[in-house]
Ligand binder design. Structure first.
Ligand SMILES: Cc1cc2nc3c(=O)[nH]c(=O)nc-3n(C[C@H](O)[C@H](O)[C@H](O)COP(=O)(O)OP(=O)(O)OC[C@H]3O[C@@H](n4cnc5c(N)ncnc54)[C@H](O)[C@@H]3O)c2cc1C
Length: 578
């Protein structure tokens, strides 16, 4: 194993859509850019799974106030409207960037091609209810959109390094000055000295059910936290539906594909979704609440799908890299016209929307550190997933912004001299698990974390006592397992660092959840079962202080509060039914 030293203006960590946009933008502005990924750029990250991106364009009669109103209401008034507006207003320009990179889209007539400037996307979303009237989803036609993004990064003249697992940020005089990591195949130690660093390392998930949940372990968020950056909105847990017999196949409901209504029933055959009606991200919490009331299992009968349309849908989606959930069921040998599908909800980790706190320039509170995409906490989602397509919109827009701000920062910054003793210390930390002759295996610790955070009664239907007891276990893992974590090879060494970040990530989620003493959207506290507008139109924040995790709450700006004179029932369309 040899040491590799790289000097660069901008280091981008993570090569999903956010990282690619950041790298390309920084390079356009004349910065020397290095992009690293622990996997293979173009085939890694959640970005490869995404089927479409939300695009706003006033020329399509899209009304900014209606969009913001929708986000606010669905996000139960915790959405940062200023960020939401930035994302919407810049989405069309980023969509055009993607077209210029060679990414094709579904056109209005159903064919795949390159939309002309100003051409409307194929698919308006959610036309039915009064506050969901203007969303549009631009569906990718290219199966390989992320390979096209990779090509764009390389063609722009960025240095691209695959399979470098970044383990820690380097700091000098309270500034971030690069990062260290190792090559997951050769083991070579990498020191990347940079004037600015863009963290684009994706979300915090716990290697659980559902595809797209196995590789992003909140590494960047936790490295940022250890470097002194603030974390925001990490109490919101991500929940996904899983069809039991299919194990990891996740079903959002064919409703999303066909616009028709499915039957979601409890063990007694009762429909329990209330006025909200359809299965969808907004009603996710109602599944575990039903189960908690002793009324599980939950069944999904997608009668809304008609055979003819279903066959056509499958044919259409087979041509794309991503299939809808109905296609996945079909592939798993299930007959959605006959089978009653037993469904459960799985806790997967943090909800996108929480992460490292950034301002509108994607700066954190630590100079030299910028954040984009799912790693960032820009407060878009609020208490619920706001709309399909927002993940890619956020990745593209915040990626571009982070690349711009990072480049502007780097180009006026002198080269930073790092202390060799610090680098040596980080090298020791990086290889410590593989240098141990005995200790706890990574699988053992990962399983224990999952057993602690996954049960529905911990992070879906929450209660102070249960959160506290889970936290006690996580603290034990932190203090007892982590100092003796042992990796048997380089592959396992990568996992060891992921596990280390997951222990910290679990502590963050649990502590943040303890702070919010109310229920709101998909965040349900059994001991505080109502929204509390008087005390909780606030964001929860965390940071490291004196070796401890400090938590606090900050009011959401008043322009995000919505109409507080409305009655509780009018204001909150999602009703907790149990
Ligand atoms: C199944 C699924 C379907 C989705 N569908 C849609 C959709 O249709 N529309 C939509 O808008 N959104 C969708 N999303 C959400 C969307 O994919 C994400 O919001 C978006 O891709 C985030 O982009 P990103 O660049 O921030 O992160 P990612 O694309 O996840 O990229 C993060 C990258 O960082 C790398 N990385 C992580 N840790 C390290 C480390 N320690 N060192 C080096 N590299 C590291 C990872 O390998 C990865 O390549 C979907 C998500 C999933 C899981």
């Amino acid at each position: 194993m040899i040491d590799k030293i790289i000097e660069t203006d901008i280091l981008v960590i993570g090569g999903g859509l956010a990282g690619c946009f950041a790298a390309v933008r920084a390079r356009e502005l004349g910065a020397d850019v290095t992009l690293v990924d622990k996997n293979n750029v173009g085939r890694s990250g959640c970005s490869v799974y995404a089927a479409g991106m939300l695009v706003f364009n006033p020329d399509w009669d899209d009304d900014i106030d209606a969009w913001l109103e929708q986000f606010s209401r669905v996000g139960e008034y915790l959405v940062d409207r200023s960020w939401a507006e930035i994302l919407l207003r810049e989405s069309y320009a980023r969509h055009r960037d993607l077209v210029s990179w060679g990414v094709s889209y579904y056109r209005k007539d159903g064919t795949i091609g390159f939309p002309e400037p100003g051409e409307e996307p194929s698919r308006p979303l959610w036309l039915k209810s009064k506050y969901r009237r203007t969303c549009r989803l631009s569906e990718f036609g290219s199966k390989d959109k992320m390979l096209l993004a990779r090509k764009k990064v390389i063609d722009s003249g960025c240095r691209l390094l695959d399979r470098i697992m970044i383990t820690e940020l380097l700091k000098k005089d309270d500034r971030v000055a690069g990062a260290v990591g190792f090559h997951v195949r050769t083991g070579d130690f990498h020191v990347i000295k940079s004037k600015a660093t863009v963290m684009a390392s994706g979300m915090l998930s716990f290697k659980g059910a559902g595809y797209g949940r196995q590789f992003n372990t909140g590494d960047g968020m936790m490295m940022g936290y250890r470097a002194g950056a603030e974390l925001k909105s990490l109490e919101w847990g991500g929940i996904m539906y899983v069809i039991k017999e299919c194990d990891t196949v996740i079903v959002n409901g064919p409703t999303w594909e066909t616009g028709k209504k499915d039957d979601i029933t409890n063990a007694k055959g009762e429909f329990f979704l209330g006025d909200e009606g359809n299965p969808g991200a907004v009603t996710l919490i109602l599944w575990p609440l039903e189960f908690h009331a002793g009324l599980g299992p939950i069944y999904h009968e997608p009668y809304g799908v008609d055979r003819e349309q279903f066959t056509e849908e499958i044919r259409k989606y087979e041509e794309k890299s991503e299939g809808p959930w109905i296609t996945m069921l079909h592939r798993a040998g299930m007959d959605i016209f006959k089978d009653r599908l037993e469904q459960y909800t799985a806790f997967v980790g943090a909800r996108p929307g929480g992460g490292l706190r950034i301002n509108s320039k994607c700066e954190t509170n630590v100079p030299g550190l910028f954040v984009a995409g799912d790693a960032s906490g820009c407060g878009l989602g609020g208490a619920n997933y706001p709309s399909g397509g927002t993940g890619m919109m956020k990745a593209a827009v915040s990626g571009h912004r982070a690349g711009q701000s990072g480049a502007e920062f780097a180009l006026k910054t002198e080269k930073i001299q790092l202390d060799e003793s610090d680098i040596a210390m980080y090298k020791d930390i990086t290889y410590a698990p593989v240098n141990r002759e005995s200790g706890f295996s990574t699988d053992h610790v990962l399983t224990r974390i999952q057993q602690t955070v996954f049960p529905y009664e911990v992070h879906m239907v929450m209660h102070e006592k249960r959160l506290q007891s889970a936290l006690t276990m996580i603290e034990f893992f932190r203090d007892h397992f982590l100092p003796r974590l042992r990796a048997v090879d380089l592959h396992d060494l990568r996992k060891a660092h992921e596990v280390r970040n997951l222990v910290l990530g679990a502590e963050v989620l649990l502590r943040a959840s303890l702070v919010r003493t109310e229920s709101r959207g998909c965040f349900y506290r059994e001991d505080y079962p109502r929204r509390d507008d008087k005390n909780w139109l606030k964001w929860v924040l965390l940071k490291e202080e004196g070796g401890k995790m400090k938590t606090w709450a900050e009011p959401v700006p008043e322009d995000s509060w919505g109409d507080t004179s409305m009655s509780y029932d009018e204001r909150y369309s999602l009703k907790y039914t149990r």
